[in-house]
Design a protein around this ligand. Structure first.
Ligand code: MN
Length: 239
């Protein structure tokens, strides 16, 4: 994939995550530049549903812009730059405030997969609390120090919840990032509903997480969902 195709897929991904309700007016998805891994593409500060090709900007991994063209960048671009900096194999990052997962971000409830399709989130999703290191803030990740702290909590994992805020997902590509974001939210919804029934949740075993996680990392699984979501969102697939 070249940079132009990556930008095209990024625009589609913005529409898809908005359609799926994974982001509201806030939240963002990015892709590493396939022609220059020291840079990534991200829209200007705009609701994802409205993003077009002309909104896409390029940033260095320290989240300094290559050329803003007079446009306003997202203040939380450091979430993305710092994950790309820490994880060379990560090619797409999604940051969201998906409403349905927020109860898990404001309680000490462990986010572990209870569904086969959610195994892609890994054995347990850690919670990053901005206050631990940075005290009282406006809760936004607006510096490289904050972004690196968050990336350290993600570690080698797939995702982290952000206390009182949302989540971040590290993808091997755009489709993987969207897929994991979707099933992270579904896992949260199922946990919350199951717990409200008053029954103990049976989580996947470590072996099940490995097996089902591998299965749902395959392009055959992720591509089926992607094709369907693009169709539902009314956007044209790129081949
Ligand atoms: Mn945010």
């Amino acid at each position: 994939m070249n940079a132009s195709a990556a930008i095209e897929e990024l625009v589609i991904a913005n529409r898809v995550i908005a359609f799926l309700g994974l982001v509201d007016s806030f939240g963002h998805i990015t892709v590493r530049n396939p022609e220059n891994p020291a840079r990534f593409f991200m829209a200007r500060a705009r609701a994802p549903r409205l993003v077009t090709k002309d909104d896409i900007l390029e940033f260095n991994l320290d989240s300094t812009p290559v050329d803003l063209r007079g446009l306003k960048p997202y203040s939380e671009r450091f979430i993305h730059g710092c994950l790309y900096e820490a994880r060379p194999e990560v090619l797409s990052v999604c940051h969201n405030h998906a409403h349905e997962l927020l109860p898990l971000a404001v309680t000490k409830t462990a986010m572990r997969p209870a569904l086969h399709s959610a195994a892609i989130i890994g054995h347990e999703v850690p919670v990053w609390d901005i206050r631990d290191q940075f005290g009282d803030t406006n809760m936004l990740v607006t510096t490289n120090d904050m972004g690196r702290s968050l990336a350290a909590t993600v570690g080698s994992g797939k995702a982290a919840l952000m206390r009182g805020h949302g989540s971040v997902i590290a993808g091997k590509n755009i489709q993987d990032a969207v897929f994991a974001t979707y099933y992270l939210r579904l896992n949260a919804e199922v946990l919350i509903k199951a717990m409200s029934m008053g029954s103990a949740v049976t989580y996947l075993s470590p072996g099940e997480v490995n097996g089902a996680g591998e299965l749902h990392s395959q392009p055959s699984a992720q591509g089926r969902a992607w094709e369907d979501w693009c169709s539902q969102a009314g956007v044209k697939l790129i081949s």
